[in-house]
Design a protein around this ligand. Structure first.
Ligand code: SF4
Ligand code: SF4
Length: 128
């Protein structure tokens, strides 16, 4: 599961993430983070046998969790590999291969939609 965690100023200094890792059987990947003493947010991917228990723990500690549901889909017939979408992606879900083909990794995509408006051929669209 991919989700944004929102930390209020009251809980930003608590050791919730290290306690999560210590006490639950989860794999935890931080994909993006912007946290200051005033609070902030973190994009995570969590999996493992106790993922749901870990999520419940975070919520009980006061971390507000927003699951990421949307990703983008690319229509390869319409894509002209111009690369306009590439630099806008905050999580490096769009890459270019050695043959200059633009590739999309929907496992990394967080559905922010930054790339969709840049596409001149409307090849890239948000999907559920
Ligand atoms: S929707 Fe956002 S995260 Fe997904 S590929 Fe486009 S820019 Fe990257
Ligand atoms: S902006 Fe559109 S046409 Fe250009 S590489 Fe991205 S998906 Fe392909």
């Amino acid at each position: 599961m991919k989700a944004w965690l929102n930390f209020s100023p009251e809980i930003v200094n608590k050791a919730v993430i290290s306690n999560l890792m210590k006490n639950f059987d989860v794999s935890f990947n931080i994909m993006n983070a912007n946290i200051t003493p005033k609070g902030g947010k973190m994009l995570i991917e969590i999996s493992g046998e106790e993922a749901q228990e870990g999520i419940n723990y975070l919520e009980n500690q006061g971390v507000h969790l927003t699951p990421v549901k949307r990703v983008v889909k690319k229509d390869n017939d319409k894509c002209v590999d111009c690369g306009a979408c590439l630099s806008l992606c905050p999580v490096e879900a769009i890459t270019i291969d050695e043959e200059w083909k633009v590739e999309l990794d929907d496992q990394k995509c967080i559905g922010c939609g930054f790339c969709t408006s840049s596409c001149p051929t409307k090849a890239i669209k948000l999907a559920d």
